[in-house]
Design a protein around this ligand. Structure first.
Ligand code: NAP
Ligand code: GLV
Length: 332
């Protein structure tokens, strides 16, 4: 439950100008599955003028200006309808946008903050592991077989990156630096050095036909949900390989399993799933053609994120624009 404006625990008045004065700024932290205390300490250190508290359902809280959130429940927004902005401690805002949100509230995503380089590492290792057949060498060596296999040509392993945003661009450029042919697909046309760019629904089939490995780095939106299905995965070059590092909701799981079974796809590396953690007995868990990780391809770095978010809070409070503002119509 929130105190009414002007009756807050810190006794501050409301902010009729629409801007938040640094002296009055109040921040509430609401994080699922992550201890809040280190974030509270970090924000108190970064913004000594502000008050920072942890939101807990059913407790009375001061009316806050800003929220710092990860997968916040609906009750958070019902309790804090006056919020001016929420700052997501991740890049993907799908879990926020599925809530009923205060109409005027801004949603601000994390803008790289150390995640792009991690994503580039993860995707490059997955592509290289697949391309060089390292899993085959591992099982050969375990079986006592000392043997090298015919090398593949990079030209026969074009990689398609779906989503050329903050993370997708970094990934595409890292793959190009390893001299893979790289295709990229985005909603609007994008020019990225070393990347053959496609865009929109009109460019999708050509992009898929030109790619053998497919990397998904799209936001999860009504337009992109279930986009990794028989139609798209089936359009990859034979022997196709999927790397999904975006959201589990992009993938139609049974279509992936069927296409591997049919031999059109050679396998996949999956970091994200419809249900997380993956439930016991899930068909993916023991599948020999799948490499799985527990939603860990690009982890939020707390210190970097606090620096970025605190800087954006100051900027917004001074009426300046910040990067990473989510367009709620577009859903990313
Ligand atoms: P971003 O900067 O918002 O970029 C999104 C890209 O997707 C843009 O290029 C955008 O096109 C494109 N796009 C959006 N809707 C599209 C559509 N309908 N058709 C074609 N292209 C479309 O996002 P980001 O920071 O790169 O992050 C991408 C996603 O990665 C996040 O949303 C999150 O779900 C996921 N993620 C996962 C992890 C993990 O650990 N697994 C970590 C961080 C992020 P335009 O360029 O035309 O706008
Ligand atoms: C992680 O999944 C993120 O969206 O940052």
């Amino acid at each position: 439950m929130a105190y009414a404006r002007g009756q807050g625990a810190n006794g501050r008045e409301g902010h009729g100008t629409g801007r938040v004065s640094m002296r009055a700024m109040h921040i509430l932290i609401c994080l699922e599955g992550t201890p809040a205390e280190p974030w509270v300490e970090g924000f108190r250190a970064a913004l000594p003028e502000a008050t920072v508290d942890v939101w807990q359902e059913g407790q009375a809280h001061t009316v806050a200006d800003y929220g710092v959130v990860w997968r916040p429940p609906q009750a958070f927004f019902d309790d804090q309808p006056q919020l001016q902005a929420v700052f997501n401690i991740g890049a993907g805002v799908d879990a926020i946008l599925q809530r009923e949100l205060p109409a005027a509230m801004q949603v601000v995503r994390l803008d790289d903050a150390g995640m792009a380089v991690q994503m580039a590492e993860y995707v490059c290792q997955a592509v290289i592991r697949h391309f060089r057949g390292f899993d085959r060498y591992e099982s050969d060596m375990r079986a006592g077989v000392w043997q090298s296999h015919e090398p593949r040509r990079r030209a026969d392993c074009p990689v398609g990156v779906m989503g050329l945003g903050v993370l997708g661009q970094r990934v595409a450029q890292a793959l190009a630096a390893f001299e893979f042919p790289v295709n990229g697909w985005s909603r609007t046309p994008r020019a990225v050095d070393g990347v053959r760019a496609y865009s929109g629904e009109a460019g999708l089939q050509d992009f898929l036909h030109a790619s053998q490995v497919l990397v998904c780095l799209l936001p999860l939106t009504p337009e992109t949900e279930n986009i990794l299905d028989r139609r798209t995965l089936g359009a990859l070059r034979p022997g196709g390989y999927l790397i999904n590092v975006a959201r589990g909701g992009h993938l139609v799981e049974q279509d992936l399993l069927d296409l591997i079974e049919e031999g059109h796809l050679s396998g996949a590396t999956l970091d994200v799933f419809r249900e997380e953690p993956l439930p016991q007995g899930h068909a993916f868990l023991q599948h020999p053609r799948l490499v799985l990780t527990p939603h860990t391809s690009a982890i939020t770095l707390r210190e970097d994120s606090i620096v970025q978010i605190a800087g954006k809070m100051r900027a917004l409070a001074q009426g300046r624009q910040v990067a990473g503002m989510v367009d709620r119509e577009r859903a990313y």
